[in-house]
Every structure is written in structure tokens, then in C-alpha cells.
Design a protein around this ligand. Structure first.
Ligand SMILES: C[S@@+](CC[C@H](N)C(=O)[O-])C[C@H]1O[C@@H](n2cnc3c(N)ncnc32)[C@H](O)[C@@H]1O
Length: 375
């Protein structure tokens, strides 16, 4: 599914006047379908910081921006078929945009794409504020004791205001929701000593603990502090697995994308989506636990994941291959389940593991049921 209509390119604006949807239409739009069939929702929202946002309707595509779009595209290509396994599932794309000129431009792009959408897909542009729109939607749903349809929420601000943790928390309270958030590190770093931004940072993090990060002198440690705090806040908000990757322009870190999900499979699929994009060409790509992921799947050193497995399963207990797979899928490693087999073969050929007799038929294979332990 192409979702590149959310990309603004440097073209001139169209001044047409269609009536755009408002947040009060949203609950009807996103509620369960009349048949009761599950509806998947992909919400793509933006929010901006006045001082660093462009004034024009459109702006040049940043060098680092395709990284965000490519990972998103890869992920949705995996996510939508999972959703589609329920044959009657509908998928609704909702774009929330504050600025009327941009919303109108986007509306026009979306309308043009709609003709090519499959019958079970629809798209809507809502002109409004991200936080107000989400609050209206969630209030409506919760007042009717309904659950939010399975939802992938992309939050893509220019800066640090308007994307409060309270909203993320309300979304993640629903059982099948995931978030993909641009964490504007450059802006956070620039504004965290300016007192007028303190309330925005309180809202972004959902706590006041970020203030301790401002005192840290070492740049790497300061960044680790802010990332860890945001990750922990997402986990506390209900994300069971949290990943992030960074987007650089030249040598400059612009922002990190944080992905939060409640589902192991979603975590694994997101890592696969990220790996498909690496190497990133002009922009560097760094993972959650590994300094730099810059190799394609075939070039991955199996020893790296093998060492992580050894560290994770140190005890002399027998390990089921399913447990190793769960580790590979989770946010405890940047590698994913597609890397696991080579890592296990590496451990076997280098005689670092022993296989439980009778738990599998053929050497150097690891079907479900295989058990092994570290020597
Ligand atoms: C970084 S851009 C989004 C880019 C787009 N998601 C993409 O991937 O190509 C941020 C957008 O959010 C819009 N915006 C700013 N504040 C907002 C708010 N409070 N609510 C909704 N949209 C907002 C801006 O006008 C701008 O169009």
C-alpha cells in the first residue's frame, strides 16, 4: 500500500475550496463497520513547532526524510496483509493536518489516489489539531465503551509541541494500537534550556524528569538519557516493545523514530522493515542497541546475534528454539527472526552449543521443538 501521499514535495500550492472533514466526523468514520468487521486504521498526523516549521504550504523534501517513508512503507506492506487476514477487514487512512492550505493540498492528493485504492480501503483528510482531533475521537469511543479499531498511528511533528504523551497513552490503552513517532531530538536539544519550552517538554515526555537530562555534559550520555526516558514513558503508556532508529542528514542527527507496539510480531516486522532500508546511503541509520546497522541481510555477521543469544541465555538450562525466536523478534535485539537461523548454525558449527538428543532430526537445522544449551 503506497502511503506516500503524506509526503509534501516542493511544488506550488492549489487553492481549491473543498469542505474538509472535521474531528467530529471521525468517530463515525473510524467506528466498527456496520457488519461488525474489524476496521484497521492508519492515522498519519503532523504537528509543528512554530520556530522551526516552514511558512510555505510545501517545503523541500529533507535528505533524511525518505528513510522515514521507506521504513513506513515496508512496515505497512507487512502490516496490511496481516490485517487483511480477516477477509472482511476495512482499512481507513486518516490524515490530520492543522494548516488549512496544507490540508487542502493533501485532500487533493488523497482524492487522486482514492480511485486506485482497493474496495476495502478508504482515506480521509481531517483539518484540525492533532491533540484536539485525537481527544474528540477517543472521548467518543470511550464514552460508548467501544475499542479503537486496530490502529497504526504515525505522529510526525516539526518540533516538540502538540504531541503529548497523554494522547499516546490513550491510544496505546487500546489493545491493537501501535505508534510510529518522530522524536525531534535536534529540537529537544536546542530548546531544552529555554524556559518557555518547559511545558511542551513536560507534555511530550509526560513527566518532568527530562530536566535531569539538561545537566548532562557528555552529548552521547545526554542523548541516551532522553531516549531512555522516552522509551520508558512509551512502555509505561502501554507499548510492550519499543524500537527506535535515527535519521541523520550529513553528519547531523535530525531525529529518531520511535516505534511502540504491544505485539511481538509487529516488533519483528518493524525490524525487518528497517533492515530492508539499510544501508541508508547519505543518511546514517543507527539502531536501538547496535551502533550502526549498515549491512544488508546477506552480509550480516551471524556471530553478533549469536553473542547476544549467549548473553541472554547464559544459564545451563535447555533452551527451546521458540524461546530464541521470541528473543530475536523482540526489542531486546536489533536483529530479527530472519537472522536467527544463521546465528544458531554459527553457534553449532563453532561448538558453542549442544543440541538435546532426539529434539531434531538433521544437523544444522532448527525446527520448532529443537532444544539446545550453551556449553
Ligand atoms: C513534518 S510535517 C509532516 C510530514 C509528513 N507526515 C510526511 O511524512 O511527509 C508536519 C506537518 O504537521 C502539520 N501540523 C503542525 N501542527 C499540527 C498540529 N498541532 N496538528 C496537526 N498537524 C499539525 C504541519 O502543518 C505539517 O504539515
Amino acid at each position: 500500500m503506497a502511503i506516500s501521499q503524506s509526503t509534501f514535495e516542493a511544488r506550488s500550492s492549489f487553492g481549491f475550496e473543498e469542505q474538509l472533514a472535521t474531528s467530529s466526523h471521525l468517530e463515525d468514520y473510524l467506528g466498527r463497520s456496520p457488519s461488525g468487521a474489524p476496521t484497521g486504521t492508519t492515522m498519519l498526523c503532523g504537528a509543528q513547532e512554530a520556530s522551526i516549521a516552514p511558512d510555505s504550504t510545501l517545503w523541500p523534501l529533507g535528505e533524511h526524510t525518505p528513510g522515514k517513508h521507506l521504513v513506513l512503507r515496508n512496515y505497512l506492506n507487512a502490516w496490511l496483509p496481516i490485517l487483511g487476514m480477516t477477509q472482511s477487514a476495512e482499512v481507513k487512512f486518516v490524515f490530520v493536518e492543522l494548516e488549512p492550505d496544507r490540508a487542502q493540498y493533501l485532500e487533493r492528493l488523497v482524492e487522486a489516489e482514492k480511485a486506485d485504492l482497493p474496495g476495502n480501503c478508504d482515506a480521509l483528510v481531517v483539518q484540525g489539531r492533532f491533540d484536539a482531533t485525537m481527544t474528540t475521537l477517543l472521548d467518543d469511543i470511550e464514552s460508548k465503551m467501544k475499542a479503537l479499531a486496530p490502529c497504526f498511528l504515525m505522529v510526525d511533528p516539526f518540533g516538540i509541541s502538540g504531541t503529548p504523551m497523554t494522547i499516546i497513552q490513550r491510544v496505546l490503552r487500546h489493545p491493537k494500537s501501535e505508534v510510529y513517532i518522530s522524536f525531534m531530538y535536534e529540537a529537544i536539544n536546542r530548546f531544552n534550556t529555554t524556559s518557555e519550552f518547559a511545558p511542551h517538554l513536560d507534555a511530550l515526555f509526560g513527566c518532568t524528569d527530562w530536566r535531569r537530562g539538561v545537566e548532562i555534559v557528555d552529548a552521547q550520555q545526554e542523548k541516551d538519557f532522553f531516549y531512555t526516558l522516552y522509551r520508558n514513558q512509551l512502555k509505561q503508556a502501554g507499548a510492550r516493545y519499543v524500537l527506535h532508529f535515527e535519521l541523520y542528514q550529513g553528519g547531523r542527527l535530525v531525529y529518531a523514530i520511535f516505534f511502540g507496539t504491544k505485539h511481538l510480531l509487529g516488533c519483528d516486522r518493524m525490524k525487518q522493515a528497517i533492515w530492508k532500508v539499510a544501508p541508508f546511503g547519505d543518511y546514517v541509520f543507527r539502531g536501538t542497541r547496535t551502533a550502526q546497522l549498515g549491512l544488508d541481510l546477506d552480509a550480516v555477521d551471524p556471530a553478533a546475534l549469536a553473542n547476544e543469544l549467549a548473553a541472554a541465555f547464559k544459564s545451563a538450562e535447555w533452551i527451546r528454539v521458540e524461546e530464541a525466536n521470541e528473543f530475536a523478534q523482540s526489542d531486546l535485539t536489533d536483529y530479527h527472526s530472519g537472522h536467527l537461523k544463521k546465528a544458531l548454525v554459527h553457534l553449532e558449527t563453532s561448538k558453542r552449543i549442544e543440541i538435546k538428543a532426539g529434539s531434531r532430526k538433521k544437523v544444522r537445522t532448527f525446527p520448532d521443538g529443537t532444544r539446545f544449551r550453551f556449553k
